[in-house]
Design a protein around this ligand. Sequence first.
Ligand SMILES: [Mg+2]
Length: 187
Amino acid sequence: MKKILIDMDDTLLEDCYIEVVNHYLKTHYTYKDCDGYWVDNLVPQEQLKEYLQYFYNQIDIYTFGHVKENAIEVIRNLSKQYEIFICSAYIDSRDLENCSKILLYKHKWLTKNLPFVNPENFIFTNRKDLIPVDVIIDDKLKNLASGKTKLLMNAYHNQNISEQELASQKIIRVHNWKEIEHLLLEN
Ligand SMILES: [Mg+2]
């Protein structure tokens, strides 16, 4: 069976991080206000330490945001033809002491929402580039390196990557889960 590695944040789920920032700061920021990948750059530098304390100790990130439309249904369909692996990073060099607490919430969300995926196939690492698989689906370019088929989930922070650049790396930009289903499933 071919193997698919699927990212969580901004691939399977969306808006979790920006909703936490807005909840914490009592703001209404949108992705237009974000400069680059890190949504929490919206938090003023002098409040960052306190914010990270809140983020890792007081909330479950996955009670914010939502699952992307059709994601679960499509992964369920894919699981009939592919072995599904979920891969998510958790190391935050800004707060190494506390960042592993997010693993509990990642594990909890996955076991609850993807009960048809073998929990032994949950992989938590920042080094996704070291895992060779048939298909990788991720919103971050560098995480696609070790996939034979590389699908870049369209996201606020990857808009500036040209289609030419993606083509030169044999990367296909996808916009939603129905598109992924169409690309990967033989009907
Ligand atoms: Mg991601």
